[in-house]
Ligand binder design. Structure first.
Ligand code: SDX
Length: 437
């Protein structure tokens, strides 16, 4: 059975055999289908890339119908159960789990880069007291590039390695600085004797005690959340990382662009939006009224739905179980009871079932962050920290992919045909501007 697609252009009667490779046909195969000898040939049109592969990748595999997620072939459930975030970050970047020596070297190379230049504190101090920490994070990550001029040498492997260490190491420090600034508290320096999540908790919450006392259950819960959020194939922010990275800036600038994409409420901002949504609902009794609003298009059930998962997001299952464990330590919240009832009602409602809308990674994660004492505006920041490892693995894979070059999509032009300039006094009353098709 030939792996090919035969298409007939009915405008000309010509047929074409397009090779099928790895379940895909190349969009450039359609360029040969001309109507006139001098036209460009056919484009393929796919707004928001609903069915377009922008790259080949060996990092993360998702089966949306079966609710499967694997990093480099390892099921997310097994990594959440048995790995650590730093080990998972190594796996994403290097392609295999580390042995003992590799794990120790990796942990050392990241731990020694947790400090940021003292001048970064002046950037943080320049922000308004109520600046959103995602805005602070994306600005300071972009600014980091100015401290490391060698980072622009992206084809120098040593420079790439140290940029990767620095970004993974410094993201928690910048995130904690942003939180401390918003609270008018002094910045805490990293404690390199603590674990990756433990050090982050210490930089967030240490007050005047000599050393921050990590609560093991909280440290473990945060590490698992970091594992679950580390990568997710070609999501919006990873696409931003690859597209911006394709013009070859330093990785800090590309990461700032990825953070900006993650900031949006349809993407990484959803965990913050879920809490605001459940707070607005307020009680189990008011869920039916909210669901009516969703069906009429006035509301969106944040934390539900996914471009790829048309089944329960496997990460949401793990996070839902973890919420019980964490809240058993920190004390439950009535909002979580409303969220659980909201999920139950939605999963039985034809509107959501017919649209294959299930809880995604953002539906329950915010309740855990809230139980840890973090303000809602910090929730997308908790997403950005671990996703930095995924962004960097995807950025490096794209950089080394011989098929990739600067991203520059085509368009289907529907605007005005050629027309001549008219002097001001001869222009008619303007027709209303048509801004969207
Ligand atoms: C993340 O891509 C990734 O991998 C992302 C992520 C990652 O790890 O990187 O998994 C993280 O971003 C998770 C998603 C977090 N966002 C939210 O929870 C926001 C709420 N969800 C949606 O806005 C929506 O589901 C998206 C953005 C996640 C996906 O949108 P799609 O694939 O573009 O789907 P769509 O908007 O075309 O919706 C299809 C239908 C529409 O109904 P009809 O117009 O056909 O009648 O489903 C409806 C939508 O109105 N719909 C929803 C809904 N999500 C989709 N209706 C109510 N509530 C929702 N949440």
């Amino acid at each position: 059975m030939p792996e090919s697609l035969t298409v007939t252009d009915n405008r000309t009667g010509r047929s074409y055999d397009l090779p099928i490779e790895n379940g895909a046909v190349r969009a450039t195969s359609f360029e040969q289908m001309h109507l006139e000898d001098d036209d460009h040939g056919l484009l393929v049109y796919d707004p928001a890339f609903l069915n377009t592969a922008s790259c080949t990748s060996r990092i993360t595999y998702i089966d949306g119908d079966r609710g499967i997620l694997r990093y480099r072939g390892y099921p997310i459930e097994q990594l959440a159960e048995s790995s650590t975030f730093l080990e998972t970050a190594y796996l994403l970047i290097h392609g295999d789990l580390p042995n003992g020596a590799e794990a120790a070297a990796w942990e050392h190379d990241i731990t020694i880069h947790t400090l940021v230049h003292e001048n970064v504190k002046s950037f943080m101090d320049g922000f308004h007291h109520d600046a959103h920490p995602m805005g602070m994070l994306l600005s300071t990550v972009g600014a980091l590039a100015t401290f490391y001029p060698g980072a622009t040498q992206i084809y120098d492997e040593e420079q790439r390695r140290i940029s990767i260490y620095r970004l993974i190491a410094k993201m928690p420090t910048l995130a904690a600085f942003a939180y401390r600034h918003s609270r008018g508290l002094p910045y805490n320096y990293p404690d390199n004797d603590l674990s990756y999540p433990g050090n982050f908790l210490g930089m967030l919450f240490k007050m005047v005690e000599p050393r921050y006392e990590v609560v093991p259950e909280i440290e473990k819960a945060l590490d698992v959340l970091f594992i679950l959020h580390a990568d997710h194939e070609q999501n919006c922010s990873t696409n931003a990382m690859r597209v911006v990275g394709s013009s070859h800036p330093d990785p800090y600038s590309a990461t700032a662009a990825a953070i900006a994409a993650l900031y949006g409420p349809l993407h990484g901002g959803a965990n913050e939006a879920v809490i605001h949504m459940v707070e607005r609902i307020g009680s189990v009794e008011r869920i039916p009224e909210f669901i009516t609003g969703v069906k009429s298009g006035k509301e969106r059930l944040m934390g539900f739905g996914h471009r790829v998962y048309k089944n329960y997001d496997p990460r949401a299952k793990v996070i839902k179980r973890m919420a019980d464990q964490v809240l058993a330590v920190t004390g439950t919240t009535p909002l979580l009871d409303v969220a659980r009832e909201l999920e139950k009602i939605a999963l039985e409602d034809e509107y959501f079932v017919s649209r294959k809308l299930y809880p995604n990674v953002d539906f329950y994660s915010g309740f855990i962050y809230q139980a840890l004492g973090l303000p809602v505006e910090m929730f997308p920041v908790l997403f950005a920290i671990p996703r930095t490892a995924g962004w960097l693995s995807q950025w490096e894979e794209s950089l080394l992919d011989k098929e990739q070059k600067i991203a520059r999509p085509r368009q289907v032009y529907l605007g005005e045909a050629a027309r001549d300039y008219e002097p001001m006094d001869s222009r008619q009353v303007q027709r209303p501007k048509v801004l969207a098709g």
